[in-house]
Design a binder for this molecule. Structure first.
Ligand SMILES: Nc1ncnc2c1ncn2[C@@H]1O[C@H](COP(=O)(O)OP(=O)(O)OP(=O)(O)O)[C@@H](O)[C@H]1O
Ligand SMILES: [Mg+2]
Length: 235
């Protein structure tokens, strides 16, 4: 579904991604692991078109996207939940959800989708008129995902969804994300919490200073000596 070939992304003179080649299969839930500054956000932003690579190519469902505009990439079905959520704090929950549907022209099915988001995140329905900035951290993350779902993603990009959440909420959130995946949404999730990411995903990629250091099925990565030592706190 998604294919990156030798992708390099720079911030001016700083090279943040160094020749990344990877594939995410239709229906996968793939985790991107890596320490602070490894390039996880840069990878997400490069896939979603917020940044463009200097070299390499990106294809989504056979369409070349490495220099496409981000709104076109959203219309193709690649939707990102950004790091830190980036909700509109002074807008209500309902208004934030509608912003997620802005790429859509079909209002009726946007209403159906809202009903679908509420079925998954009932708390959002209860808080429809509450300002997003006054939601708890967990509720804000649900709203950020709900907003992305309003754009009907085929591939959902999640950048550190666990940020600032309690361990219990992180677990619940990843179970919810795995549920979305079971229902047919392909997922690419960048996460520092390697335990939960490897427990819930099907496959994983490990970034180290902008390079793809390791990749494999999550069971294999969980047993990998380097992953255990560097990311799972083991020996
Ligand atoms: N706007 C920028 N200008 C210059 N360098 C940047 C910029 N944004 C990120 N970088 C650099 O690019 C590298 C990758 O950063 P990135 O944000 O992708 O890492 P990350 O894996 O998402 O880290 P974190 O876990 O802290 O979110 C880092 O070395 C960072 O300093
Ligand atoms: Mg990041």
């Amino acid at each position: 579904m998604l294919r990156l070939e030798n992708v390099s992304t720079w911030y001016g003179p700083i090279q943040a991604l160094k020749g990344i080649t990877l594939e995410v299969a239709d229906g996968a839930m793939a985790a991107v692991l890596g320490a602070n500054g490894a390039g996880k956000t840069t990878l997400m932003n490069t896939i979603s078109g917020l940044m463009h690579p200097r070299e390499g190519r990106i294809e989504f469902s056979g369409v070349r996207t490495d220099h496409a505009r981000s709104d076109k990439i959203v219309r193709l079905g690649v939707v990102q939940v950004p790091e830190g959520r980036q909700l509109f704090p002074d807008l209500t929950v309902g208004e934030n959800l509608r912003m997620g549907a802005y790429v859509r022209r079909d209002r009726a099915s946007a209403r159906d989708d809202q009903a679908w988001v509420f079925a998954r995140f009932p708390v959002l329905k209860d808080r429809l008129r509450q300002l997003a900035g006054t939601l708890s951290g967990g509720e804000q993350q649900m709203l950020a995902i709900g907003r992305a779902l309003m754009a009907r993603p085929k591939l959902l990009l999640l950048d550190e969804p666990s940020l600032g959440l309690s361990p219990i909420l992180v677990r619940q959130l990843f179970l919810t994300i795995a549920g979305l995946n079971r229902d047919g949404t392909t997922i690419l999730v960048a996460e520092q919490n390697a335990h939960i990411a490897l427990a819930t995903s099907t496959c994983g990629f490990v970034l180290e200073t902008g390079r793809l250091a390791l990749e494999g099925r999550c069971e294999e990565l969980r047993d990998d000596v380097r992953v255990r030592k560097l990311y799972l706190g083991g020996k």
